[in-house]
Design a binder for this molecule. Structure first.
Ligand code: WT7
Length: 577
């Protein structure tokens, strides 16, 4: 990676004029003053995200543009206030209390967003599940959380083993009623539409403590059952400020976050951050397709667009002319998260969008953005950027000492940022493991910092390859591979080898128009050898039509490795079909 290349800001119209100044001056305490609860200490995320704006001139501003194949709707802040009040009353009428876990298992729809807000207004903890989960994944999460209530659809109900879930008492069905349900199970079924009709649009919001539970996001470890990561209402401080400075949201923006609310990006930045800032959110249901996505940007005049490297790589693989068929001139700011963003993709973005794609780093456990590229800052392609003001991030060695620039080590964050996880549900032991060094949270990622203070991702701690005494981060090799015109995506693993410790093996999917051949494999090997380093060149390359990914778009290196070595694959509940 070229750590010296920079790209100057483009189309700057920004909430944060100067990063260094902001980093020096900023205090989280000052952000709290922007919220109503600063005086009372009693808070509710849904109130701050929606009702607060519904009580100002923004009441008739569109908060949510929703569209999919069958629907095209708009909801103002006032509409969402009224509807979520009603849903809060639905839960209250049923007898659901503060702190109870209420889960959502349905495709994206306005009802999903209304329900989520209503759950929070009732003071309950919301657990969003991705619609593609199969029975085992649904069971694990509902069981572990002791969820009392589930909101789902007729289509998804067959994947819910409700007869066996002892704590589950209520199921609310959105849309058509199921043809039949097991009436011997001790479960009350309700129709969303019927209950909403009966519910008042006036609600006494449950004012909770800022440290009260708000949302549970399950994240899978490489082994064992998924972990329930608990976040509290206090996280709003971080959602608000990062949406302001990193998403750079302003009054007239139309913001599109492509992530599903089953993942933390889809709630922290698909819901909370933008609405806390009073911005208009666009939600597009359905699946990824390059034409549909570009059409969506054109139709709604999307100005700020947040997506993931896998999506950008797929858009790159279909060729630049597809982008040329749409009017994307409304875009002013693009962001990427969830996986390393190859420098090549940033260069491609400059070419086809004339905009920089702003990589940033965080994880389910951090609840909000931690390291980012900011619109006014020089961007280094391939780097994740710099720590958000108010946050200290560092590279530590195995003993917990800070490493100097240029050295790869554990990416750690000084504990105590506002949206930090507050627990792993029913697993205190696992929670403690995140804090192996006094006062530091350990992310499990390896990274380095350059002389200018930019952070560079190297790999997950367990993905790093030891070959002939050298430590190689898989991301660097993958990034080199995708620079080659034949390569769409690449995943690199270490394969045990008696002589070298490990050898580098690459799995590669090809772009349209390229065929597998021995010459091509040799060419790819040489390409890495000459472009990166001889020891980093893959000794084995396997061409695959698809690489295994999580549903949120992360390449699952551990699964490739397990397949390759014929070992058990561990938890696959988050893997794409
Ligand atoms: C892991 C967290 C970002 C929230 C949604 C995903 C990887 C995330 C980057 C990035 C390289 C990244 C890390 C991290 N990751 N962003 N910009 N560059 N890697 O949350 O599912 O909990 O995953 O995603 O490995 O630890 P998550």
């Amino acid at each position: 990676m070229d750590v010296s290349e920079t790209i100057a800001p483009v189309k700057v119209r920004t909430n944060m004029a100067d990063y260094d100044q902001a980093y020096a001056d900023f205090k989280w305490q000052d952000v709290e003053k922007e919220f109503s609860w600063h005086e009372t200490g009693k808070v509710n995320m849904a109130y701050e995200a929606i009702d607060r704006h519904a009580e100002t001139w923004r009441k008739n501003k569109v908060a949510l543009y929703y569209s999919d194949e069958n629907r095209d709707e708009k909801y103002t802040f006032r509409d969402l206030k009224r509807l979520s009040n009603q849903f809060g009353n639905v839960l209250r009428n049923i007898g659901i209390e503060k702190g109870e876990r209420v889960f959502l298992f349905m495709p994206r729809s306005p009802e999903l967003y209304v329900s989520l807000l209503g759950i929070l207004k009732n003071g309950s903890i919301v657990g969003p599940l991705f619609e593609a989960f199969m029975e085992q994944a649904v069971r694990d999460r509902l069981e572990n959380s002791d969820a009392s209530t589930l909101i789902t659809t007729k289509e998804l109900l067959p994947r819910v083993p409700y007869q066996e879930l002892v704590h589950l008492n209520h199921i609310i069905i959105v849309g058509d009623a199921p043809d039949q349900v097991d009436e011997t199970a001790d479960i009350a079924f309700y129709s969303y539409e019927e209950e909403m009709k009966k519910a008042s649009p006036q609600l006494d919001i449950e004012w909770v403590d800022r440290e009260d539970g708000m949302i549970l996001h399950y994240t899978s470890g490489s082994t064992g059952k998924p972990k329930g990561v608990l976040h509290v209402h206090n996280a709003m401080i971080q959602h608000y400020q990062t949406a302001k400075w990193v998403l750079d949201l302003q009054e007239d923006d139309i913001f599109w976050c492509t992530a599903d609310p089953g993942w933390v990006t889809g709630t922290s930045y698909g819901i909370f951050g933008p609405w806390l800032n009073g911005a208009s959110n666009l939600i597009r249901g359905g699946r990824f397709s390059p034409e549909d996505w570009y059409k969506t940007i054109e139709t709604y005049g999307v100005t700020v667009w947040l997506s993931a490297p896998t999506a950008f790589r797929r858009l790159m693989a279909v060729g630049d002319n597809v982008a040329g068929e749409y009017d994307l001139s409304s875009l002013r700011h693009i962001l990427s998260v969830g996986e390393p963003l190859n420098a090549e993709v940033v260069h491609w973005g400059m070419k086809v969008y004339q905009l920089r794609i702003h990589d940033h780093w965080w994880m389910t456990e951090t609840g909000g953005m931690i390291i980012a590229n900011y619109p006014s800052m020089e961007l280094k392609p391939g780097s994740m950027g710099k720590p958000f003001p108010g946050i200290k991030a560092a590279i530590l060695d195995d003993a917990g000492n800070e490493l100097p620039p240029g050295q790869m080590g554990k990416l750690c964050i000084k504990a105590g940022w506002p949206s930090m996880l507050r627990g792993i549900w029913k697993n205190e032991e696992r929670f403690k493991q995140y804090f192996p060094f006094e006062g530091w949270f350990e992310s499990g990622d390896l990274a380095s910092i350059d002389e200018d203070g930019y952070f560079w991702f190297e790999g997950r701690d367990d993905d790093v390859i030891q070959t002939s005494g050298e430590r190689v981060g898989p991301f660097e090799v993958e990034s080199k591979l995708v620079e080659h015109p034949a390569v769409a995506e690449a995943a690199v693993i270490g394969k045990p080898d008696p002589v070298r410790g490990e050898i580098i093996k690459a799995f590669v999917s090809l772009r349209d128009g390229y065929e597998k051949s021995d010459d091509l494999l040799e060419e790819l090997r040489l390409f890495v050898k000459q472009g990166l380093a001889a020891h980093a060149a893959p000794r084995e390359i396997e061409i695959r039509e698809f690489l295994p990914k999580t549903r949120s778009g992360k390449i699952m290196r551990r699964v490739l490795k397990a397949w390759d070595l014929g070992l058990p694959t561990g938890d696959l509940s988050t893997m794409e079909e």
